[in-house]
Structures are given as structure tokens and as C-alpha cells.
Write a protein that binds this ligand. Structure first.
Ligand code: GCO
Length: 251
């Protein structure tokens, strides 16, 4: 009997093989959940779902910046699987450029995908969770939910917004039986961080700045995610938990 047996979980942006979403989806499946992986490309989402342990998982195309697409995904999931118990708002992009050179369109795109989409998909899922009086919303934040790093301003602002959106969801959806929390990953070995991982100076900075002296692994974030997805956290809401090797707690 797994921690999520019988539960239906949607994990957005989880097709990337070396991503936080895929690692979370895998652990959820290992603990008995039926997992729906959404991503921009349906074939990649389905391939990721097919790669999960157990049966019944689904891959669906969802451009999280397109409300109708998210609504269609949520509606299709309800139709096919009956409900949504857990939503992990994982979809996100990075865009590294100093603000003085940053185009407004790029600013808006990052905020749309990393923040507004979490609200839109969260709202659609919460409408359905409310009908059953229970549900878990988990938003993926960042160290930049607390601290800024130069050249990633739109990502930082979006992730700071994720922290406060999580609290806003907790404020409004607690009485509906929904717990809303966030996770702040530290510097993780993911496809999104490839450029940083292959930069010796940045690699040395991460290892020097992190008390555990190493980058985090996606599966090390999944454990925090499953806690927030399970009944073990039924009285926890509005929190952000940092899985960062201790980085945010030290100078
Ligand atoms: C960057 C990185 C970070 C990490 C993570 C840290 O360019 O600084 O992409 O944003 O991915 O968000 O918590």
C-alpha cells in the first residue's frame, strides 16, 4: 500500500527526462498514484507517462499559457479518470539575461508560464477538488522565491509570486478542504540548469555556497513533494519547503 494509492495526480511540464516533474511523477506512481503528465508535446508527455511504473498513466498536451488548453486538460482528466486529487504546478522555463537588455515580451513570457499558468491550472483543478472537499496543490518555487540572482529577474519575480500565490490559495481554498503548499528546489541537476552545470566557475560557486557541497538530484525533491501530496500533510498549508542542501539558510 503506497502513500498515494487510489489518488489521481496531475504533474505539469513533466516530460523532460531529467526534470523535477518526471522524478516526482515516478515517485508518485511508485506510491500507487495514477499520474497524468502534461507537457507542450503530447507525444513526449505520453512517452514519459509510459515510462512510469504501474498502469493507467496518461500523457496530455497542455500549453499552460493557454487557459482553454488547461481547462480542456483538466476536463479530459476528470472525464477519463474521475477526478484530480493532486496538482503539481511544475511547468516552468528559465530565461537568463540582464534586465537592461531584457525585452518586455520575454519578461511577460516567463511570468505567463512560471506564474500565471500556476494560477490558471490551479483554479481549474481547485474547482474540481472543491466538489469533493479535498485536494492538494503543490507549486514549484525556487531559491529565487526568497533571494535574487542577477540575470534571472523574470524567473525570480515569478518564483517570488509562486510563494505568495501559494499563500493566497491557502487563504481561499483551506475551507474547501484543499491544502496548498510550495517547494523551493535548490540548484538541481536538471536539463534547465545544463548551462550552469557545465560552467566550472558556476559549479564551484554552487558547491561552495551550498552547505552540502553538491547539486541536488531531482529524486531528492520528489520526497518533499510526496509528503505534501499525502495525508501526512493534511494540516499543512501555505508553506514553502526548501529542498536546497541548506543553501538558503546560510550566508
Ligand atoms: C539560475 C537557476 C536557478 C535554479 C533554481 C534555484 O539560473 O539561477 O536556473 O533559478 O534553477 O531555481 O532555486
Amino acid at each position: 500500500m503506497g502513500l498515494l494509492t487510489g489518488k489521481i495526480a496531475v504533474v505539469t511540464g513533466a516530460a523532460s527526462p531529467r526534470g523535477l516533474g518526471k522524478a516526482t511523477a515516478k515517485l508518485f506512481a511508485e506510491h500507487g498514484a495514477t499520474v497524468v503528465i502534461t507537457d507542450l508535446d503530447e507525444a513526449q508527455a505520453q512517452a514519459a507517462a509510459d515510462d512510469l511504473p504501474g498502469e493507467g498513466h496518461m500523457g496530455m498536451a497542455c500549453n499552460v499559457t493557454d487557459k482553454e488548453a488547461c481547462f480542456a486538460t483538466a476536463a479530459a482528466v476528470i472525464e477519463k479518470l474521475g477526478a484530480v486529487d493532486i496538482l503539481v504546478n511544475n511547468a516552468g522555463i528559465q530565461f537568463r539575461k540582464p534586465m537592461l537588455e531584457l525585452e518586455t515580451a520575454d519578461w511577460r513570457r516567463v511570468l505567463d508560464i512560471n506564474l500565471t499558468a500556476a494560477f490558471v491550472v490551479g483554479r481549474e483543478a481547485a474547482k474540481r477538488m472543491a466538489k469533493r472537499g479535498r485536494g492538494k496543490v503543490i507549486n514549484i518555487g525556487s531559491l529565487t522565491s526568497e533571494l535574487a540572482r542577477a540575470t534571472v529577474a523574470p524567473y525570480t519575480v515569478a518564483k517570488g509570486g509562486i510563494k505568495m500565490l501559494t499563500k493566497a490559495m491557502a487563504a481561499e481554498w483551506g475551507e474547501l478542504g484543499i491544502q496548498s503548499n510550495a517547494i523551493g528546489p535548490g540548484y538541481m541537476v536538471t536539463d534547465m540548469n545544463e548551462a550552469l552545470l557545465s560552467n566550472p566557475d558556476f559549479d564551484a560557486w554552487v558547491k561552495g555556497r551550498t552547505p552540502m557541497r553538491r547539486w541536488g538530484l531531482p529524486e531528492e525533491l520528489a520526497g518533499t513533494c510526496i509528503y505534501l501530496a499525502s495525508d501526512a500533510s493534511n494540516y499543512v498549508s501555505g508553506q514553502i519547503i526548501y529542498a536546497d542542501g541548506g543553501m538558503i539558510s546560510v550566508l
